[in-house]
Design a protein around this ligand. Structure first.
Ligand code: DQA
Length: 138
């Protein structure tokens, strides 16, 4: 089983960024110390970019060979027709995840260009959202 977690803009600042919403843990330490340990039987890759085109290139690169993509496109979720189209274009199933419950926040966060073409959406469980997505692929 080959899975990739793709994180979008500003998620490189997890642990420092708005900790009351996003928590105190950096994604790197969560990934290395929890996810990789817990799912050592899974080939698990992590990619983060603040650049829309790099996220699209990565989706294209893995989208015909991996078993699943866990995608937190962050703010691009609510704005990017291009990432939505990329998710539609590939064969690998995508699960959209969010750390916060986007539906309990500002109205602009209620729109997703990814969800219509995603296998499912997980939102609001903190970093556990990523784990729930991995579990759904297993
Ligand atoms: C987020 C929610 C988005 O609305 C926001 O722009 C983010 C993070 C989340 O994981 O809760 O950057 O995707």
């Amino acid at each position: 089983m080959k899975l990739i977690i793709i994180n979008g803009p500003n998620l490189n600042l997890l642990g420092k960024r708005e900790p009351t919403i996003y928590g105190n843990t950096s994604f790197e330490s969560f990934f290395e110390e929890e996810l990789k340990e817990k799912y050592s039987n899974v080939e698990l890759i992590y990619f983060q970019s603040n650049i829309e085109g790099e996220i699209i290139n990565k989706i294209h690169e893995v989208g015909f060979s991996y078993d699943g993509i866990v995608l937190n496109a962050a703010a691009y979720t609510h704005t990017s027709v291009a990432i939505g189209d990329a998710v539609k274009a590939i064969e690998t199933p995508v699960i959209e995840v969010h750390i916060s419950n986007v539906h309990s926040r500002e109205k602009f966060r209620h729109t997703s260009y990814i969800a219509p073409n995603a296998k499912g959406v997980i939102s609001g469980f903190g970093l556990k959202s990523y784990e729930l997505a991995i579990q759904s692929f297993l």
